[in-house]
Design a protein around this ligand. Structure first.
Ligand code: NDP
Length: 311
């Protein structure tokens, strides 16, 4: 089945939902496909304290549900489905969904966000679902009164370690540098917890265990004369080393930067290298990667698409 719309929005994080709200209110026929994880990354976080308008903070899942309901209330057409491929060389653009259906659209807003990165160790695959996770709020429940490790030294790693420290008996943070990259506020929260131990200058070599993770092989001062290998006993291994933008389905049709983020025009708009295609949210934002920033670019992408259609 083929559906024809003025604007196709791909992705359902703050950027996608905001774009849908703006286009629906402007009376532009559009459809939004929610992707594999409706609501996006924020549905996996706990309390969000830096999204304006919520003086007492707001649960990430609740915030995204609010955005979704707001979009529906103003008449947005939100649908389940994953865009698996898109042809940007013809007009209208044609997107193919996992169901096999196609969508024809005069403009496209790419708001597909980013996914968690892994270290690339074979053991991460070997123990997938058996002790390896990239989402503490999804899987932390399984590690009550156990010992876990979180890899990374950024805000995500600190947030995940803090969350896990309320469930597990002990949390190691495996940090490759001699300092954390996280904000001072996040560092303070981690330092206040007695059951979080930070292993600085430490990298992971592998995992071990029968039928599930039972420990990690680590190395301190990797690649130096003082390098020292050691093991820790853990039940869970959580990755929190950043994200990579979800652009595979574009098949190289849009210009990307060296890290794979969609490049937008230097004039500050959300226009990409293909006229009529706009990018919003984390998929085009290697710098800020904040929910409120994503919502802002979703608004801008909708206004840019509207202007393009009017031309
Ligand atoms: P970051 O890119 O900020 O941090 C990634 C961390 O992982 C760094 O400590 C980095 O080490 C480490 N790392 C990266 N690759 C490897 C590797 N191969 N092996 C070992 N360690 C590695 O990502 P985050 O996801 O933490 O944060 C992304 C953005 O989201 C940031 O702007 C952050 O501020 C924001 N954020 C804000 C939150 C909040 O305000 N509540 C919560 C969560 C995120 P190194 O420092 O050595 O590069």
């Amino acid at each position: 089945m083929t559906t024809k719309v003025k604007s196709l929005i791909i992705g359902s994080g703050p950027a996608g939902y905001t774009a849908a709200i703006y286009l629906a209110r402007a009376g532009v026929s559009s459809v939004l496909f929610e992707g594999q994880q409706p609501g996006g990354q924020l549905t996996q976080t706990t309390t969000i304290e830096n999204f304006p308008g919520f003086p007492d903070g707001v649960d990430g899942f609740q915030l995204m549900d609010n955005m979704r309901r707001q979009a529906v209330n103003v008449g947005a057409d939100l649908r389940n489905g994953v865009v698996t491929a898109i042809n940007l060389s013809q007009r209208p653009f044609v997107a193919t969904l996992d169901s096999g259906d196609t969508i024809e659209a005069d403009t496209v807003i790419v708001a597909t966000g980013a996914s968690a990165k892994y270290l690339g160790l074979p053991d991460e695959k070997k123990y997938a679902g058996q002790g390896v996770s990239a989402c503490a709020t999804c899987d932390g429940f399984f590690y009550r009164k156990k010992v876990v490790a979180v890899v990374g030294g950024g805000d995500t790693a600190c947030e995940e370690a803090h969350y896990l420290s309320n469930l597990a008996n002990k949390v190691y943070m495996i940090v490759r540098k001699d300092h954390l990259r996280a904000s001072a506020a996040m560092q303070r929260r981690v330092n206040e917890k007695d059951n979080i131990e930070i292993l600085y200058n430490t990298n992971t070599l592998g995992l071990f265990g029968d039928g599930g993770v039972q420990g990690a092989h680590l190395v301190r001062h990797k690649g130096t004369p003082e390098a020292q290998e050691f093991d820790i006993a853990i039940d869970g291994f959580f990755l929190a080393i950043g994200h990579r933008p979800n652009t595979d389905f574009l098949g190289g049709q849009l210009k990307l930067d060296g890290q794979g983020y969609i490049l937008t025009q230097p004039d500050g708009s959300t226009a990409t290298s293909v006229p009529g295609v706009f990018a919003a949210g984390d998929v085009a934002d290697p710098r800020y990667r904040q929910a409120v920033a994503a919502a802002g670019t979703g608004c801008r992408a909708a206004l840019d698409a509207e202007k393009y259609l009017a031309r």
